[in-house]
Design a protein around this ligand. Sequence first.
Ligand SMILES: Nc1ncnc2c1ncn2[C@@H]1O[C@H](COP(=O)(O)OP(=O)(O)OP(=O)(O)O)[C@@H](O)[C@H]1O
Ligand SMILES: [Mg+2]
Length: 291
Amino acid sequence: MKPNVADILVEALPYIRSFSGKTIVIKYGGHAMVDEQLKKDFAKDITLLKFVGLNPVVVHGGGPQINSVLDRMGIRPQFVRGMRLTDEPTMDVVEMVLGGKVNKSIVSQINQQGGKAVGLTGKDGGLIQARKLKIYHQAEENKPPEIIDPGLVGEVTHINPGIINTLAEHGFIPIIAPVGYGELGETFNINADLVASKVAISLGAERLILLTDVDGVLSSAGELISSISVGSIPSMIEKKVITGGMIPKIECGREAIDSGVKKAHIINGTKRHALILELLTDEGVGTEIIA
Ligand SMILES: Nc1ncnc2c1ncn2[C@@H]1O[C@H](COP(=O)(O)OP(=O)(O)OP(=O)(O)O)[C@@H](O)[C@H]1O
Ligand SMILES: [Mg+2]
C-alpha cells in the first residue's frame, strides 16, 4: 500500500514536539555541497526545521571550494591528520572563500526558501576566539611524535555565544564560517568540525549533526558502523580505521558528548534530506556517537 502523505507528516510529531525550542548545531561539510539541487535541498531542510520550532545553527566547511581557488592560484594544499596546513597566502584564500563565497551562498539559498539566515565569521561579535594549534604527528612507531607547525591553523579557546543567541531569539538562522581571531588580532583557519562542537557545547545544544560525503563512519571492510561508543574511538584511530577528515569529526563528536551535548551524529549530506530523515522520522541514518 502506498504510504499516506498525512501519515508521514504525522510521524514527525513526536520528534517536532521533543525538539521544540531546542538548539541543533549542524556542520555542513564542504564535501556535502556537491551540486545545486543538494544545496537547495539543504536550504529547504534548515528552513523547515526553523519553521517547525527547532533552533538550527549552521557551521560550514568548504575544503573543496578552497582547494579549487588555491589550485587556480597555483598553491598546493597540504593536510596533516585532516587539518589544512595554512600559510599566509592560504589563509587569505580561506577567509575569502569561507567568509565570502561559501557563507553567502548558503545564506542566500536559505533566504530564497523564506528563512532568515545571517552569515557570520568567528570575528563577528567576537564569536570565536582561537590560538595557534600544535599538531602531534606519530610518523613512525617507536619514535616520539613530531610536533608540526600548521601555520595559521587555530583551535578554539572560547566561544562568545551572545551574537548567536541574539540572532536566534529574533527568528534568524546563524550561518557560521570557521574563521577565528587570536589575542593579537591574528586570523585563524579552524577545522569546521571543531568549531561546530565548541558552538554546540557553548549553546547547550540538543544535537550535533555532522553532514559529510560518506554514510557515516565505515569499518575497515567498508561497512557502516551505526553506533560508536566514545571509548572505542582511540583504538580505531590508532588502527587507522578512521583517518584524514574523519578524525576531527569523530573527536569533536566525542568532546561534544563528554561536555553535555545529548547526541552527535555523522551522516551523509549528499543524500537528499538526510537531515530531516535523521531528526524528524523513525529512520535513523549514519553513525551515532554515544557515551
Ligand atoms: N573510517 C572512515 N569512515 C568514513 N570516512 C572516513 C573514514 N576514515 C577516513 N574517512 C574520510 O573522511 C572523509 C570526510 O572528511 P572530510 O574532511 O573530507 O569532509 P568534510 O569534513 O565533510 O568536508 P569539509 O572538510 O570540507 O568541511 C571521507 O570522505 C573519507 O574519505
Ligand atoms: Mg573536514
